[in-house]
Design a protein around this ligand. Structure first.
Ligand code: ZN
Length: 250
């Protein structure tokens, strides 16, 4: 068990170091002040590892608290993957979204997707990329190799960092980047943004039902958010996470 914890902590630490490097490259302020703690792990650390103090749930945002599914449609929570820091839950609202696109029609399509999700989680479109929690950008996502080489139409990734919330306090935080392919019919842009925003808001997995926005593949007539999408989101926000909790400082 200790060994498992040590591995998990090492992975988190490596990821943090990587993201700090990235943040440095991007010229953003980063906060150090990470503390040690796992003793007798057998690893040698280049720097003291972080101690992620707790792994617990945050209070449900009011928007999800008030959500009731009158259709009893169920959810696909079992498809959601646990990350090395727990569930990818936001705890500071509104979550700030930056749309990196100047083409009006495209911008409006993405805005419509943000608006749809904002009924369930407070979101705010911001004009500065530097302060955004989620950046939505347009370029060709990397190719993926399976049996065939095929182009992805979108992807979402997250990275971890420590965020200073006062002179003496830092919390473990994450930020997401959504990459949407500009080479797709406009009717799919909103659907792709809706789907990827679902990942960025915490649904780190896919539905197997075509009627859900988080269905794993593109469909001819993309759906809006379904009760199952929201039921899944609500369950995720009731789960424990290390995100948003204080990282002990030196
Ligand atoms: Zn997906």
């Amino acid at each position: 068990m200790l060994w498992k914890n040590a591995i998990a902590t090492r992975q988190i630490w490596q990821k943090l170091r990587r993201s700090q490097k990235q943040l440095f490259i991007w010229g953003l302020a980063i906060v150090t002040g990470l503390l040690v703690v796992l003793s007798s792990t057998g690893f040698s650390w280049a720097k003291p590892p972080p101690v992620l103090t707790i792994n617990q749930s945050h209070p449900l945002p009011y928007t999800l608290k008030s959500w009731q599914d009158s259709t009893n449609s169920g959810d696909y929570f079992e498809q959601v993957k646990l990350t090395e820091v727990g569930y990818l839950v936001w705890s500071q609202f509104p979550v700030k979204v930056y749309i990196d696109n100047t083409q009006v029609q495209t911008w409006l399509q993405v805005k419509a997707a943000v608006k749809e999700w904002s009924s369930y989680l407070p979101l705010q479109i911001v004009g500065q990329k530097e302060i955004a929690d989620i950046v939505i950008t347009f370029k060709s996502p990397p190719l993926r190799t399976t049996n065939l080489l095929r182009a992805r139409s979108a992807l979402t990734r997250y990275e971890l960092y420590t965020k200073k919330v006062s002179n003496s306090t830092s919390v473990l935080a994450h930020r997401c980047t959504i990459i949407l392919s500009p080479n797709q019919p406009s009717k799919y842009i909103k659907a792709a943004a809706l789907h990827e925003l679902g990942h960025a808001l915490g649904i780190w997995g896919h539905s197997t039902a075509t009627s859900d926005a988080l269905y794993f593949s593109q469909v001819t007539n993309p759906p809006s958010l379904s009760p199952r999408d929201i039921n899944t989101l609500k369950r995720i926000y009731q789960q424990p996470t290390r995100l948003g909790w204080q990282v002990a400082s030196q």
